[in-house]
Design a protein. Structure first.
Length: 226
């Protein structure tokens, strides 16, 4: 069971490239993302967008749609950096009085927010490229070649498996609720969301029990064959 991102990793133009080369290329991208100035990070972001669209065989619109998901969280974080509370109004570029303090924008906050914004976007784009070009079996292979302890590799495998179980169950419940007009208004939507969370917990436990039963039938001895 895979999601859209995992399926695309098998269709990548670089599917046959050794995982070590992909990893070291990603590591180089991350070093550049954290060391370049904002202008260089913006250029790196554009280069990563073009490279990702070409290697993963996706359109720029689809890439932008996926990047928009973490972008909203990043934007909230950047806004908290820009605005600050101080007792010295001279330190603010613009601000309003709040009691005995001033709330506004500082030059240091704008500079830090600008650097954080472009650095984070470039790092996200680099990681996104790796996800779209490194299938999960190659990731396990990379962990084994790096001499990562077997227990950690097994935990990664189980976590990856249960992410898809969680998403699959959540989508199934949401689809059933939508067909029954469970989100036709805000109050009903909140109630449906609460029901979804409760049902999701029970469904995931059931799926876990099924997997445990399957492992017992196959005489599972505590080790996965990675």
């Amino acid at each position: 069971m895979t999601n859209g991102l995992d399926r695309l990793s098998y269709q990548s133009r670089w599917y046959g490239v050794a995982p070590e080369r992909k990893f070291f290329l990603w590591l180089t991208m991350m070093i550049l993302a954290f060391s370049l100035p904002p202008l260089g990070q913006g250029m790196l972001l554009c280069g990563l967008a073009a490279l990702t669209c070409w290697t993963a065989r996706i359109s720029l619109i689809r890439w932008l749609r996926w990047m928009a998901i973490p972008f909203s969280f990043l934007l909230i974080g950047v806004l908290t950096i820009i605005f600050s509370l101080t007792d010295d109004p001279q330190a603010l570029l613009a601000g309003v009085p709040v009691g005995g303090y001033w709330f506004g924008v500082t030059q240091a906050g704008v500079t830090t927010a600008n650097e954080t914004f472009w650095r984070s976007l470039a790092a996200l784009a680099a990681t996104f490229w790796l996800v779209l070009n490194l299938p999960f079996p190659q990731l396990i292979m990379l962990l084994r070649r790096a001499r990562v302890p077997r227990l950690i590799a097994e935990q990664v495998l189980l976590t990856w498996r249960f992410i898809f179980i969680l998403l699959d169950e959540a989508m199934a419940i949401h689809r059933a609720q939508t067909l029954r007009f469970g989100y036709r208004s805000v109050p009903i939507g909140y109630r449906s969301l609460a029901m979804l969370v409760g049902l999701l917990f029970n469904r995931v436990l059931i799926r876990y029990q099924q997997m445990a039963t399957t492992l017992d039938i196959k005489l599972y001895q505590g080790d996965f064959h990675l």
